[in-house]
Design a binder for this molecule. Structure first.
Ligand code: SER
Length: 320
């Protein structure tokens, strides 16, 4: 079997950093080429090949694929829900064009697999909010959600028309300590841990009872790699799979933090992101992922809080 060589586009982002590290462990540092529009993230320095690359640069991407003998691509660069609403046309352009370039490249260069993340943002007000099914009414309300749903259809189209093996997950909000999120509606659930440790108080931009599906990054990374390694015949959909772990409100995450920091306080000042969150599921049914390729989450809210506080405490101390 040919040795796989992986290209990651958007390696400096919230998912990219941890996914690059995990794939380097699995495939060997030299077999995972990280790229991002910015200088290398500190955690990606000196542990494998790195290029500065704009996801919109078709020629530059093609050159790296050729020169490095790339066989798989993970395309992670995107504008998320909150920043996307501030610049809808730009978000559409970045999220869609980069995907179509990579799908074309996949066909042209006969790549073995492509990974592209989707999101629970594909769902909207008309979708059932509790136990949102894999197959349901999908009418996204944000430009980010529209681009993710259109992207899923493009992935399915390239699979059906060209046999391209593109795989995708509809992530819930992702919580991580190694890398920071940027521009999402679920970012509050990461910020809250930093603020709890730094200032013992946090003002949430979502209201106290806004319940959203979330997942600890360890689970998300393991799930992504498990999906990518699943035998092709196990995959029963070529749209993105629903995956879920935990659902909680700002009030509940605050209570989980208070178990470790009793004098932590939270207050609420909902902004434009509240309307985005109100359109999203409260919980997601991921039976298809569990049945087809064995998805399972490991972290609940309290276990995640314990890990987040423990790691961030060290990280913040090292930063001083
Ligand atoms: N975390 C994303 C966002 O909030 C959802 O996919 O935009």
């Amino acid at each position: 079997m040919k040795q796989e060589k992986i290209l990651i586009i958007g390696a400096g982002g919230q998912i990219g950093v941890e996914l690059t590290l995990a794939l380097r462990k699995l495939y060997g540092n030299e077999n995972v080429v990280a790229t991002d529009i910015r200088e290398a993230h500190p955690l990606l320095k000196d542990n494998g090949p790195y290029y500065i690359l704009n996801a919109m640069d078709v020629k530059g991407t093609h050159e790296i694929v050729k020169n490095e003998g790339i066989t798989q691509i993970y395309l992670l660069a995107a504008m998320l829900s909150a920043t996307g609403e501030k610049a809808p046309h730009k978000a559409w352009e970045i999220n869609m064009q980069s995907l179509i370039h990579i799908l074309d490249l996949g066909v042209q260069e006969k790549l073995t697999k492509i990974y592209w993340p989707s999101s629970m943002a594909v769902f909207g007000h008309s979708t059932p909010h509790d136990g949102t099914p894999q197959k349901t009414i999908i009418e996204p309300q944000t430009v980010y959600g529209i681009s993710k749903y259109a992207g899923e259809l493009w992935c399915q189209y390239y699979n059906q028309r060209w046999g391209l093996d593109v795989r995708s997950l509809r992530y819930p909000g992702l919580i991580s300590w190694k890398s920071e999120p940027g521009g999402g509606t679920t970012d509050y659930a990461v910020e809250i841990y930093y603020e709890a440790l730094k200032n013992k108080k946090y003002t949430s931009f979502l209201s106290e009872n806004t319940c959203l599906p979330m997942m600890y990054m360890d689970d998300a990374i393991r799930g992504t790699i498990e999906l990518m390694e699943a035998p092709v015949e196990k995959l029963k959909t070529r749209m993105a799979y629903n995956i879920s772990a935990i659902s909680f409100t700002p009030k509940e995450i605050a209570a989980s933090i208070q178990k470790h920091i009793p004098d932590f306080t939270i207050d609420y000042a909902p902004d434009f992101r509240q309307a985005i969150a109100d359109g999203w599921p409260r919980s997601i049914d991921d039976t298809a992922a569990r049945t087809d390729w064995g998805w399972k989450n490991n972290f609940d809210l309290d276990k995640m809080t314990e890990e987040m506080l423990q790691h961030l405490k060290v990280k913040l101390m090292q930063a001083v």
